[in-house]
Write a protein that binds this ligand. Sequence first.
Ligand code: PLP
Length: 484
Amino acid sequence: MTETIFERSVQARRAFVAPELDVPRDDDALPERFRRAEAPRLPEIAEPEIVRHYNRLSRRNFDLDTGFYPLGSCTMKHNPKLHERVAALPGHARLHPLQAPARAQGALRLMAELQAALAEIAGLPHVSLQPSAGSQGELAGVLLTRAYHDDRGDHRTKVLTPDTAHGTNPATVTMAGYELVKLGTADDGGVDLDDLRAKADDDVACLMLTNPNTLGLFDTNIVEIAHVVHDVGATLYYDGANINAMMGRARPGDMGFDIVHYNLHKTFTQPHGGGGPGAGPIAVSERLEPYLPRPQVVRRDDGSFDLDFDRPKSIGRLRGFQGNFGVFVRAYAYILSLGADGLKEASETAVLNANYLQARLRELAGDLLPSAYERRCMHEFVLTGAPMKREIGLKTTDLAKRLLDHGFHPPTVYFPLLVDEALLVEPTETETRETLDAFAEAIAEILREGREDPEVARTAPHTTPVRRLDEAGAAKRPVVRQPM
Ligand SMILES: Cc1ncc(COP(=O)(O)O)c(C=O)c1O
C-alpha cells in the first residue's frame, strides 16, 4: 500500500516559505463567524516528497498516456497536447466565471463559435453548452421535451429506450419523472420496429436512441423510426456519445432527431474518466429552442457577445456559471485544428480501426470469442465470451484482468446487457495498426494459455500494483474517507 499524503506528513516540514509580511498584521481582519477554533489539519511535507508521492501514485494507475485503452462506449482516444497548451493560456485559465460579459468577449466568442460548429456537426440549429456531462445533457434534453409538451397542454407520461441503451438513458428518464418503457432489439441488432409500433402511443413523450447503438451497429431503419415517433407527436432524442463514428458523414438532425447531446470529453478529446470535468452540450431543433437552459450565449446586433437571461420558457439553469470552460477551449481547438475534412477523417478512421480489429480477432480468436453480431461495425463492436466460458472455463472478466498483464486496459465488460459475457471494444481512430495487431495477439495468447492452464487468467492480474479487487464490494461498500 502506498502511504497517503497525510501519513507522510511530519510536523513543521514545509514545501513553501511565505514572504515576510509587508503590511501591518491584523488578526481581527477576518470576521469571527468565518474563523475556526482549530487550524485545519493539512499535510506538512517537503517539495521533493510531494513530487515523489504524486509521481508514484500516477505510475500505479493505467491511463491513455501509458497504453491502449479500448473501453467501448467511453471513447478513450488520444488527447492532443496542443489542447492543454491553449487551455492553459492565462486568458483562458485565469478567466473569472463572474467576469462581466463586456470584459469576456473573447471567451464568449469562443463559446458562440463552438456552438455554431456543434450545430453544424449535428445538423440542428441551436446549442446550449451548459450541461457538464453526457448524462446531464440527457437530463436537459428530457426536461426540454417535458417543457415542450407541457407548453402545448399535452401532458405525457412515458419515455422509450431500447434495451441496448447506455445505463444513463433509463436513469435520466426516471430522474426526469417519466415512466420508462423498454424496446426490444431485432435480430440484426437494431430497434425492433414491431415493438416500437406497438408501444408508440399518445402517452409517449420521447424516444431516446443512439445510432450507431451501443452494439456498434448503425440502425438503417432510422428514418422509419423517426416517422413512427413523430407520428405520435413525441420527440426523438439522440445520445450523441457515439457521434465519434459519424462526424462529417451523417447528421442526426438530417435523420429526424430533435435533440442531441455531445460528450465533448470523449468525441472532442479531453482527459476524462474518474469523474473529471466534462461537457455534455445539447443541440435542438427550432421547436425546442425556447426551452433551452438559461443563460444562452448570443451575439447582439452590434456584433458583441452576451449572455441572454431573458428566456421566459427556459427550463432554467443546470449548473453554476456557464459550464466547464477549459473543456470548451479544448473542444474548440480540436475542431479548428482538424477542420471539417479532418473530423470526417477521424470518424472514418475510427470505423476502419474497429472493423480491422474485429476482423483480426475473428481470425485469431473467433472460435472462443466471436462477434455477437456478424455485421460490419461502426466505431466499436461487441464480442461474446460465452464459448470461451463454456469451452475453457474462462469468463470475460478473467480475460479482461489478464489483458492488464499484457499492458492493455481491458475493453468494457458485461455491457451491453443483452449480450452474454459481453466485451465491448472501441479502439478509436488514434491507434496504430501495430497496436491493434498487438492487442489481438495478446487476446489470442491469453486464450492459448487458458486452454493449457486457465488458472493463470482466473487469478490475474499478476503484474499490477494491486491484484484482483472485490469490485462488487467497492461499489456497494465504498470507503471514501481516509481514517485520520
Ligand atoms: C452511450 C453513452 N451515453 C451516455 C453516456 C453518459 O455520458 P457521461 O459519462 O458524460 O455522463 C455515455 C458515457 O459514459 C455513453 O457511453
